[in-house]
Design a binder for this molecule. Structure first.
Ligand SMILES: CC(C)(COP(=O)(O)OP(=O)(O)OC[C@H]1O[C@@H](n2cnc3c(N)ncnc32)[C@H](O)[C@@H]1OP(=O)(O)O)[C@@H](O)C(=O)NCCC(=O)NCCS
Length: 187
């Protein structure tokens, strides 16, 4: 099995004005600056808390919240200001991964995440031998849906009332992109 995204401490994916690389203990202060914002977790799962405390940041950087071997920091202007992760499936789903990402609000609306996702996929699809990448987007998050559409993802359907947020139940929109696969069975 190919290496996972954040498991190589020397991984350094240069993009147009940004870098994707593994999270480091020294990212704590920058992480807190960008993550402790009520707008950021609105479209994310409850694993991303608000307020985002120093203890939350330390737990994240210690790998206690998500598997950091499957996550990369987004670095803009020399500091980590967001993250992107690819969680690989297991067994018969090992050719696929779930994509997730967030960016500090200071950088929203400048096309960063569209370019970050493109750079991440350009590297990950061949390096991790992936043939399908999927993402779930909360019904209140059109910006994220747009990022995926601009990266060639297709909307496949809806998980109705799948998530309970503070204001009630929400649908999850399902997006995925597949790559021409040698192993695909034609019917
Ligand atoms: C969603 C998020 C990653 C977008 O990052 P970003 O760098 O601002 O995204 P981009 O600038 O590359 O693209 C955003 C697109 O959404 C569009 N958009 C923004 N707000 C929108 C809205 N309310 N309705 C429709 N489209 C919207 C923008 O116009 C842009 O599309 P365009 O290039 O066609 O004009 C960022 O807002 C974020 O981190 N949010 C919090 C965490 C989160 O929701 N993560 C995703 C979980 S699925």
């Amino acid at each position: 099995m190919a290496e996972e995204a954040g498991s190589d401490p020397g991984l350094f994916l240069a993009g147009d004005g940004f870098v994707l690389r593994p999270w480091r203990p020294g990212d704590l202060d920058a992480l807190l600056r960008h993550a402790d914002d009520p707008q950021v977790p609105r479209g994310l799962s409850d694993r991303f808390p608000h307020p985002y405390t120093r203890a939350d940041g330390e737990a994240f950087l210690a790998g206690k919240v998500v598997d950091l071997s499957q996550a990369l920091a987004i670095e803009i202007a020399g500091e980590a200001c967001g993250g992107i992760g690819l969680r690989r499936g297991t067994g018969e789903r090992a050719h696929s991964a779930e994509l997730g990402y967030w960016l500090g609000r200071a950088h929203w609306g400048h096309g960063w995440m569209t370019r970050v996702v493109a750079r991440c996929l350009d590297w990950a699809v061949p390096a991790l031998e992936l043939e399908r990448i999927a993402a779930e987007v909360l019904d209140t998050n059109p910006a994220s849906a747009r990022v995926l559409a601009k990266n060639g993802f297709v909307e496949e359907g809806l998980r109705r009332s799948a998530v309970r947020k503070a204001d009630g139940l929400h649908d999850l929109r399902l997006f995925a992109r597949v790559w021409p696969a040698t192993g695909r069975v034609e019917r």
